[in-house]
Design a protein around this ligand. Structure first.
Ligand code: 4GN
Length: 221
């Protein structure tokens, strides 16, 4: 899968080169391209934002640099073009699986007061929000979406790691433990050290159900 991220702050995206996503990129499983919108401006001073028509606080990102960038990256509109916005549909696991059907995603990150509405009207297929709060830019949401989608791309994470995780089966994941057997007076539940895999599965299932009922009864429907 290819993910192009359009931003005025490309240096924020170093996080995507670490750990599992860094490995996945080196292995060619995902192709994440961070694109500086400023590289596409036709303004001689490289300007990419301007004052809002009608007045008000802050700056609005100009349509030309963003439009030129999207046209250059996706001339035939084969990609799914997404604007990270608090006005969008809230991201959830089901949405992640829908996005995995696309071979190419373009994630547009707004900053300041956002982008000129005509960019959204002309170039954007959908808006996605990562939750009901406002951030200084769409960069962190784009990283969240990239991480979330990438871990389901074949070979990025072992399939077995994806089986019991939270939200699969509409349940929260059971608690995990590692060594030592006792830490600050708290011990690992005996059943996990019993070697009885049927019992362990049963215990984990009960833990998942109890945790979900307590913390997220809405998931149980
Ligand atoms: C997305 C963008 C939050 C989200 C953002 C979110 C940048 N904040 N909940 N900030 O996914 C106004 C215009 C805020 C750009 C936008």
């Amino acid at each position: 899968m290819r993910i192009d991220i359009l931003t005025l702050f490309p240096e924020m995206f170093s996080a995507l080169s670490e750990s599992i996503l860094g490995r996945a990129q080196k292995d060619g499983k995902i192709d994440v391209r961070v694109v500086n919108i400023r590289d596409y401006t036709q303004d001689k001073h490289l300007k990419c934002d301007d004052y809002p028509f009608g007045g008000g606080a802050g700056m609005v990102m100009m349509p030309q640099p963003i439009g030129s960038a999207i046209e250059a990256l996706d001339p035939e509109h084969k990609a799914r073009r997404i604007y990270m916005s608090p006005k969008g549909e809230t991201l959830h696991q089901q949405k992640v699986f829908q996005l995995l059907e696309y071979e190419h995603l373009i994630l547009l990150c707004g900053h300041y007061e956002g982008v000129d509405q005509r960019v959204i009207d002309l170039f954007i297929d959908e808006k996605i929000s990562i939750g009901d709060y406002v951030l200084t830019g769409g960069e962190l949401p784009a990283m969240v979406l990239t991480d979330c989608v990438s871990r389901y791309v074949d070979g990025v994470i072992s399939a077995s790691s994806l089986v019991d995780e939270s939200f699969s089966d509409n349940l929260l994941e059971y608690p995990q433990y590692t060594r030592p057997q006792e830490y600050k007076g708290l011990t690992v539940p005996e059943v996990l050290r019993s070697g009885n895999h049927a019992k362990i599965d049963e215990w984990r299932r009960e833990q998942s159900l109890a945790l979900t009922a307590k913390r997220r009864p809405d998931l149980l429907k």
